[in-house]
Ligand binder design. Sequence first.
Ligand SMILES: C[S@@+](CC[C@H](N)C(=O)[O-])C[C@H]1O[C@@H](n2cnc3c(N)ncnc32)[C@H](O)[C@@H]1O
Length: 223
Amino acid sequence: MDQPITTQKPDPELTAAQREQEESVHRALEGYYHVGKPPWDTGVTPPELVALVEGHGALPPGRALELGCGTGTNAIYLARHGWEVAAVDLIDRAVDQAREKVEAAGAGAAVRLLHGDATRLDELDAPGPFDLFFDLSCYCGIPLHRRDAYAAGLTHRAAPGARLLMFGYGPEPLDNPVPEVTSWAAGVTADELRARFAGWELLDVTPGTNSVPTFWFTLRRDA
Ligand SMILES: C[S@@+](CC[C@H](N)C(=O)[O-])C[C@H]1O[C@@H](n2cnc3c(N)ncnc32)[C@H](O)[C@@H]1O
């Protein structure tokens, strides 16, 4: 719980408050993985990703990058459907569990797991280009001062016409039972994504079915 962020190089540009915010997010996430199975780890691939991969007008298999892959459920799903997958998570225990699941699923040749920060992709071996980015509730918890770096990292690695499918909590998850989370999870809005993802088009915003405001966003990188 109190371990420092091991994958992150010291960043002299960060203010003390920003560093503390990042460490607090890291501690909170680590806590989830250390007490057992985090609440989001359902082992079920969401229908929104299934539709993009298998539905009418499905994307042809290519290279995918999952941001905040947790224990690997969706990376394995993508690999089973012909995708070459890189998957990154900030928490070492999540990546370790993902590695075990990937091996057990026999998907080791198609899934490359990376322990690190989705806002610091230059520090990882994930050059791309990628045809699909998938983010299930990772971006919406990223501190605001790291979000431009997240967008730049994806933009830099996106193939022409690449998709980004993102699920995120809105800014007001009012019944969030974990106060430590509400203190740093700023949430995400369509306006923010439009402003931050220059060179991308926001194709679709579909509300989620949660009891608090959530959204599925689909963005497409310009061709
Ligand atoms: C809500 S969980 C979803 C996990 C997984 N996609 C799933 O469906 O089970 C969000 C994940 O994002 C990871 N995460 C949060 N911030 C991150 C960052 N800056 N870089 C990489 N992963 C991050 C967390 O550790 C967590 O595993």
